[in-house]
Design a protein around this ligand. Structure first.
Ligand code: AMP
Length: 255
């Protein structure tokens, strides 16, 4: 059997190092003029796919990003990391604000079928909406097995053996392909794209599609009522001794 055909999801999100600001009207967060990057868990998904190709376990890797025009930069990064081809599913910026995991899952499942992929690798969650839904929904729509929160992936006789991070420790499962995996933090350390690879990536194929090309209606299924900043942390107090600390804790009824 030749290597797997792999589909990876690459969401463009506000960079993890940016201090996010809520819009004054509380309908969302400020995105204009803010640095964006590939969702960190998607970098891990891309890295895993590229390593599988390097080990000759994969034959082709296709990356998908659904969102506004700038998603092409995210896809170019994936191409520079070693992805072969990219599909940009273009949505208007306003449409992107209300694009939900179910919409993305429908698009990804259509592409997975069209492209005859064996493995879909997504991030375990997007750091902007923290939904942790797309991998699971994509697996359900395709009716494929899923291995979410993967921290190790190995090929064994055409199947995949996946170690998963669970509350009590690690769980190792075997899944038949085709399957959907989602990448957890410890799966690998993604590489940086080198300058020569960034240059080469400019020539790799990138096609633009629309959600309607996949028969997906992106009207929102839910309405955001309000987005709030997290509560501001209260200032602490300094104490001179353990006795004083214990006294204060007792006064506050904490010990
Ligand atoms: P979520 O369910 O929103 O937390 O996202 C989980 C994963 O689904 C992400 O890490 C991506 O791999 C994939 N995903 C979600 N939204 C998009 C998108 N707009 N474009 C491409 N992949 C996406």
């Amino acid at each position: 059997m030749s290597g797997f055909r792999i589909l990876v999801g690459c969401k463009r999100v506000i960079d993890y190092a940016v201090k996010v600001r809520v819009k004054p009207d509380k309908t969302g967060v400020v995105t204009e003029g803010v640095k964006h990057s590939m969702n960190p868990f998607d970098e891990i998904a891309v890295e895993e796919a590229v390593r599988m190709k390097e080990k000759k376990l994969a034959s082709e890797i296709v990356a998908v990003s659904c969102g506004p025009q700038q998603c092409q930069e995210t896809l170019r990064t994936a191409l520079a990391m070693g992805v072969d081809r990219a599909i940009h599913v273009l949505t208007e910026p306003k449409e992107y604000e209300s694009l939900q995991p179910l919409h993305v899952s429908k698009i990804l499942s259509k592409i997975a079928t069209e492209e005859k992929v064996d493995v879909v690798i997504l991030g375990k969650q997007a750091i902007d909406d923290d939904c942790n839904q797309t991998g699971q929904m994509t697996a359900a729509l395709l009716d494929w097995p899923q291995a979410a929160f993967a921290s190790k992936v190995e090929k064994s006789n055409g199947d995949l053996t996946v170690t998963r991070e669970i509350d009590g420790g690690l769980e190792t499962i075997k899944v038949k392909v085709p399957a959907v995996l989602t990448a957890d933090l410890r799966l690998n350390e993604p590489r940086y794209a080198t300058l020569p690879n960034i240059m080469k990536a400019k020539k790799k194929p990138l096609v633009t599609k629309k959600p309607s090309d996949y028969g997906v209606d992106t009207s929102p299924r839910q309405e955001v009522l309000s987005v709030e900043d997290p509560p501001v942390r209260q200032a602490g107090q300094k104490v001179e001794s353990v006795e004083e600390l214990m006294g204060k804790l007792k006064d506050a009824g904490l010990v």
